[in-house]
Write a protein that binds this ligand. Sequence first.
Ligand SMILES: [Zn+2]
Ligand SMILES: [Zn+2]
Length: 365
Amino acid sequence: LITEFQRGKERDNMQEKRWGKVGIFSLKAARVRSPRESVILQDVDEPEPKGKEVVVRITGSGVCHSDLHIIDGELERVKYPLTIGHEPSGYVYKVGTEAADTVRTGEKVVVYPTFGCGVCRHCLKGNENLCQRAISVGFETDGSHAEYLLVKSPRYLYPISQLQPSEAASLSCAGVTVYSAIKNYIIPNSYPGSFVLVIGVGGLGHIAVQILGKLTPAQVIAVDVDERKLRMAEELGVEYAILGGKRSSVAEEITRIGGNDISAVIDFVGTDETLRLGYDSLGIQGNLVVIGAGGGILEYRGPDPKNRKITGPIMGSLIDMKEIVEMAEEKKFLIKCETFNLTEIGKVLEKIRYSEIVGRAVVHP
Ligand SMILES: [Zn+2]
Ligand SMILES: [Zn+2]
């Protein structure tokens, strides 16, 4: 008669042979070894926090389109081999000796994913997203599509109580980027009777349309090539939903609705076509805010009689993160997410590549 205990022992021995380690546990992480190689699940060591560092046990990690750009080898800054994932949320697991006074194990948190140098003029203002020496998880250091994440300091941890980590994960990167763009480039530009055009209502766009509805007097026009996403946008309060794609009438429809009062456009796609559509739709002194890293090129001929502006913000500040986490905790907007097991990461990335996810995809180990 083989007992449970013996079976466990045998399994331990097998694991030891296979992984060279004792114990039935093996820590998995979604890793990319070099550019243009597919993502693999690999065993990694548990990180050990030193000084101010904190280890977070990840229970939700948002999957961003940038993960695909990393796999496809399109970003120069990336340091391979690497665990991808930069939208981390979970529970504080281990705390370095110097952080013991500020954070407790077991705290439910969402993590700001970019660690600045802390001393440059941008970092001193909390704009660690602009720090030229910053290190981002999932880009230059191991990221959050894993069981544990090493965080450089407790100042990157934002406690949550109402939200689950699977929902909160998307605030990091997606949420903070959207909020910061709206706060800095769209609110100052909008007025009663103005319109904001949102191109692409996926993982970021669906958050954007809700925040625009809450924080600006503008009416929202949403364009997407996917009818399901447009229906979702309408449910979330969008006034005008337009099916995009190759139809030549898209630009006309937008102009018919917004005329010269389209005060801002947020482009979550960023291809040649969407940049052109966005820029051409803008009214007087309108702002084109480009967030989608679609690699598109916009031909510009100045001076411009409409004096339009183009900006391409990256993420948001630590303060922006605090504000968007507060808004989400107060349920001022909904985060639509589809959750998957970390083992399904390959499938999830393909779904994102072919725009099959409605809302945000989140993996949990
Ligand atoms: Zn991202
Ligand atoms: Zn800095």
